[in-house]
Design a protein around this ligand. Sequence first.
Ligand code: ZN
Length: 330
Amino acid sequence: MAGYHPYRNLRLPPNAPFELRPSPGKGWGAFATRLIHRGEVILRENPLFVIPGPNVTDKSLWQAFLGLSQDQQQQFSYIRNNSSTLFTDMIQAMSQNHFTVVDDNPVTAQLHLLGFFVLQSRFNHSCLPNSTTPAAPTYTVTRYATRPIFAGDEITFSYTPDLKFMVRQERHRALRFVCTCSACQVSTPNRIGIPHQTVSDQRRVLIRGLQYLVSGQDPVLKRRHGPVEDMAVPPLFFDLAKKREAESLRIPLSAKFIAVLLYAALLEEEDILDDHMLNIMRPNSLRIAHRFRTRSNIAIVRHVWAQSTWAIRFWYALFYLWNKTDAADP
Ligand SMILES: [Zn+2]
């Protein structure tokens, strides 16, 4: 039948602000059917089933499937891979339709649980996403708009949080496909005429280096479960003494404060600083601000914090605090 696709049978919640339809080059995607405001909930969904991961077996997936109601099995049967063909096995179906879920039960909270999501898995990736599914202590996955999404726009999200620390080629290796968002398209100029992609790569190397500097760990390598030999690590540190200082958490407070402000400013400039990240960033940077003990530094920090944007805060901190020692330094 012309125009038929099993996704037309998937049940969306009543009043869902999106529809499913083909997305050129990406199979199918989800598109806004009206203006969705920043912070608005786009979709709350419970998994069809949850199983312990990260590695799953065909047998455990079949068991989970057989435990579903007939109606749920039917919803499951509508799911296709990106080229709209049937999955060849259950593991492949799971790998492309799962989200990590969190349990607030103290016994199982430490398990790496994977939920199978029929609708949340229909949203495509972008390195400059307009939605996010922040972790919450529940099996329900909730998707929020991170910026206004206009009717007709595709709704996207970043497949994993690590991707913000990677340059274009690393992201494509990790994603196992070539993303065509404007952070990945080489030719798209930004508002001052420089290709966004070139600047984006430089920004993301800096973002990763700053995270390393502040936390003492490479944010990409520390999260990898499997082998890392295919990960080309860009030179995050030119100064090995600094690298050692970072890894033993001996960074002076002023340098740490400047690094955190620059980190936020770069995320904002890259256009990936959403409200959920801000809810983590703001208290984190305030905690660092509150640690200063030298009177003159405290006055500067107050002045820095009173500024209106992360970029201005960064410049003020750089100007007044660069190389300053503090009584609270490690
Ligand atoms: Zn991309």
